[in-house]
Design a protein around this ligand. Structure first.
Ligand code: CUK
Ligand code: CUA
Length: 636
């Protein structure tokens, strides 16, 4: 079943030393380098059944009842965000972000087309056809989720998008200069004054063909801070090496990012040459002081500070970036709920490195800020928290989750397995895991979800492209069992490929059920039945305004002339929730979705004379099928 991977264990990474126990545990792993790089598929795990007894934890949500938590899932290279109820694991909605979606008309009306356009869907080398979403993050006020925004990165391009949680719709995308692959992201906590995005791939700056491909010094990785409201890039810091995942402290003073390829090499042997990489700690106050002192250089419209390890800005007594050595290739970067420690997980080391945040500025040797290094198992990728003093780390190669004790990990010797209080098999090859509200200072600690890259044989076959497997694990009880009380309660197949998720108690998110007209007053017209009309605005331009309700458009038909530039503006005048209407004219690729009390419009050129049915795409009433209008395009 394990796809012929049991032969030829290739642990040929230079400098990656594995003990005998590791090799035994890695018996089925092949190509550690490729299976771990960039969160791709590959490699197999050793999970073999969950080994749990009967479930005592009820995760079923009866029909008609609601979930306790909102879960926001990244959709990977589907470019979307998904909303999932916890504990039922029911998928409630998909929110398109970096690509068009006919289901909700995203990228089809002018308003959302503009969001994609702003995000650079045209005009760059190839344009952005899609995105790769990894890390959803929620806005905070006073250290808790305030339900206003969710941000999500685009790892394929250097972009960061914002979803407005009043309407669960993407309302801004920023194409970040000087960056390819915005990977880790995080918000400033306790109050979101900055949204941070890290550039993973080092790119030539400027990238205009003048760079010598072998000149490593012309390649940059930058750490970017965006304003949460304007979504403008406020500053960037250039670093040595590259950047991977990110998190922030709980007091607004620090941002952290793991980084591999300290060597600044161009291929895998070089990237994995040294035994150490580092965790970078960005001192926000020092960065702001350096900006105020005029130390930044403006590059492609953004003030950039030099935060490289040997730069003048980092050699003083108060460097803007601290480089804390970690075992090579650290991946997950997670601050625990009390804000005392930041952790860098694995990935090529079987340990989690714990740094005491208050020590970073105190110590002379950055390594002295490392206060714990529990040995958790093979291929540690990400860590989450239950708020009762435990960390939970995914073990990609072992196909397990290790639960460990935070304080014991500080007391124990570095490299000791002692802090591990239990492990559980998952199916298979977990990437991220997330416990409910684990990013707050007060995690709820009852559920955990592990996002497993491979499902192998867990579901009936659907052909060669398998679903991922998200598994729900009850963590509410600590027990002195093999699993430390963790209990696997549900498998959940998912469309490729989520990376991470974030949970908020349902009372912290309160979306509108219908649109509030005040939110677009002055920007969009509210078209009533009475003022549905056709206005000729020029020899070759026409404005069409129509209302829509069950089961009719304000205009039963409208006439334009061949060659006209036509703008159709549609208002859904319904005030009942859940009554959405569409307007589709397939010959002109028009597909609007209009929620109650909202207005959307679309502009196109009516270049083919004829008569075209405009119809509603949502089954809105018993007369839905009869619900239509006609566009008459007269020959000129
Ligand atoms: S990354 Cu995908 S499993 Cu983008 Cu947070 Cu680690
Ligand atoms: Cu409106 Cu169908």
């Amino acid at each position: 079943e394990d796809d012929a991977t049991d032969d030829g264990v290739t642990l040929d990474l230079p400098g990656l030393t594995l003990g005998r126990r590791d090799l035994m545990k890695t018996g089925a792993a092949v190509g550690v380098a490729t299976s771990l790089a960039g969160c791709s598929f590959g490699g197999t795990g050793g999970g073999n059944g969950n080994g749990n007894g009967a479930s005592t934890t009820d995760h079923k949500v009866p029909p008609g009842e609601h979930d306790d938590y909102y879960g926001f899932w990244s959709g990977g290279h589907s470019g979307e965000v998904r909303v999932v109820g916890i504990p039922s694991m029911r998928e409630l909605r998909r929110i398109p972000v970096f690509q068009k979606d006919g289901a909700v008309g995203y990228g089809h009306d002018e308003q959302t087309k503009e969001v994609l356009r702003e995000g650079g869907d045209v005009g760059s080398v190839a344009g952005h056809e899609w995105g790769d979403t990894h890390h959803p993050i929620l806005s905070e006020s006073g250290g808790d989720y305030d339900g206003r925004y969710l941000w999500i990165n685009d790892k394929v391009s250097g972009r960061l998008a914002r979803i407005n949680l009043k309407y669960f719709e993407t309302d801004a995308i920023t194409d970040i200069p000087n960056m390819q692959a915005c990977h880790g992201c995080s918000v400033q906590s306790p109050d979101t004054k900055y949204v941070y995005g890290v550039g993973e791939f080092r790119v030539p700056v400027p990238n205009d063909g003048t760079t010598d491909p072998d000149d490593a010094d012309s390649y940059w990785s930058v750490f970017a801070a965006l304003d949460p409201e304007s979504m403008e890039v406020v500053w960037q810091v250039r670093v040595s090496g590259n950047l991977d995942n990110a998190d922030s402290d709980k007091e607004g003073n620090w941002a952290f990012a793991t980084g591999y390829n300290k060597e600044e090499a161009f291929e895998i042997d070089g990237m994995t040459h040294d035994d150490r990489d580092n965790l970078k700690a960005f001192d926000i106050e020092a960065i702001e002081a350096a900006l105020d002192a005029g130390e930044a250089e403006e590059i492609n419209g953004v003030p950039v500070l030099d935060g490289r390890q040997d730069s003048p800005l980092t050699s003083g007594s108060d460097p803007i970036v601290h480089y804390i050595p970690t075992p090579k290739g650290p991946h997950g970067c997670d601050v625990e709920p009390s804000g005392t420690y930041v952790t860098a997980s694995g990935k090529l080391s079987p340990t989690v490195t714990m740094v005491e945040i208050d020590k970073i500025k105190e110590v002379d040797d950055p390594e002295d800020a490392i206060v714990g290094q529990p040995r958790v198992g093979m291929g540690p990728l990400h860590t989450t928290w239950d708020g009762r003093g435990h960390g939970y780390t995914t073990l990609f190669i072992d196909s397990q989750i290790a639960k460990w004790d935070i304080e014991q990990a500080v007391e124990a010797e570095k490299g000791s397995e002692e802090p591990v209080v239990g492990t559980i098999d998952v199916h298979y090859n977990p990437g991220h895991l997330q416990a409910v509200e684990a990013e707050t200072t007060d995690p709820a600690g009852d559920w955990l979800v592990t996002l497993n890259k491979l499902s192998k044989d867990r579901f009936i076959s659907v052909g060669p492209i398998h679903p991922d497997n998200d598994q729900l694990i009850a963590i509410g009880e600590d027990a002195e069992t093999e699993t430390g009380g963790m209990e696997l309660v549900a498998d959940h197949p998912v469309h490729p490929e989520p990376h991470d998720c974030v949970f908020a108690s349902r009372d912290k998110i309160s979306p509108n059920n219908i649109w509030d007209r005040e939110d677009y007053e002055g920007e969009k017209e509210y078209v009533t039945e009475d003022n549905s009309r056709v206005e000729r605005t020029g020899d070759r331009s026409v404005e069409v305004y129509t209302s829509v309700k069950r089961s009719e458009y304000g205009l039963r038909d409208f006439t334009v002339k061949e060659g006209d530039e036509v703008t159709i503006t549609v208002t859904n005048i319904e005030s009942s929730r859940d009554i959405i209407h569409g307007l589709a004219i397939p010959q002109y690729a028009i597909n609007l979705s209009i929620a109650p009390q909202d207005t959307r419009k679309v502009t196109f050129t009516a270049d083919e004379p004829g008569i075209y049915w405009a119809y509603c795409t949502y089954f809105c009433s018993a007369l839905h099928l009869e619900m239509r209008s006609r566009m008459i395009v007269e020959p000129r």
